[in-house]
Write a protein that binds this ligand. Structure first.
Ligand code: MG
Length: 163
């Protein structure tokens, strides 16, 4: 009746790109590079949700070779993933996201990020957790070459049946 999913994603940090995390634009000197808006946290969450339902991954659903997804708003993609899961008879129980970034400090944006995701997913803010950590300057995140994100979620079948 309940299923677990995990997702992770990485995007490169570059100048002259917006930094968008969980649908929230965050003022910073660097932004994430990608075919879409490169919202690494939203991408990890989508992969967790798709993984929980064994429906593949976002690379399969929204190929980066498809011009349709150039500059795509990841919140639109997240909404599509949520609709897909609903169509398969699942509802999101909760999700927990960890963003790994040396800079900028994300704490001031955490509640906005939770609220934005909850809004798009049609759930309560209390069902969505967003956390941030640094790596003490270690690795690519610590050297500010990129940002990674990890997500886990639980989904439940809305008809109570085992899938
Ligand atoms: Mg991605």
């Amino acid at each position: 009746m309940i299923r677990i999913g995990h997702g992770m994603d990485v995007h490169r940090l570059v100048p002259e790109r917006k930094l968008i995390l969980c649908g929230v634009e965050i003022p910073h000197t660097l932004g994430l590079l990608g075919h879409s808006d490169a919202d690494v946290a939203a991408h990890a969450l989508m992969d967790a949700m798709l993984g929980a339902a064994a429906l593949g991954d976002i690379g399969k659903l929204f190929p980066d070779t498809d011009e349709k997804y150039r500059g795509a708003d990841s919140m639109m993609l997240l909404q599509q993933v949520a609709e897909l899961l609903h169509g398969e008879g699942y509802a999101l129980s909760n999700a927990d996201i960890t963003i790994v970034a040396q800079r900028p400090k994300l704490r001031p944006y955490i509640d906005s990020m939770r609220h934005r995701l909850a809004q798009v997913l049609g759930v309560q803010d209390s069902q969505i957790s967003v956390k941030a950590t640094t790596t003490e300057h270690l690795g690519f995140e610590g050297k500010e070459e990129g940002i990674s994100a990890h997500a886990v979620c639980l989904i439940a079948s809305t008809d109570g049946a085992e899938k």
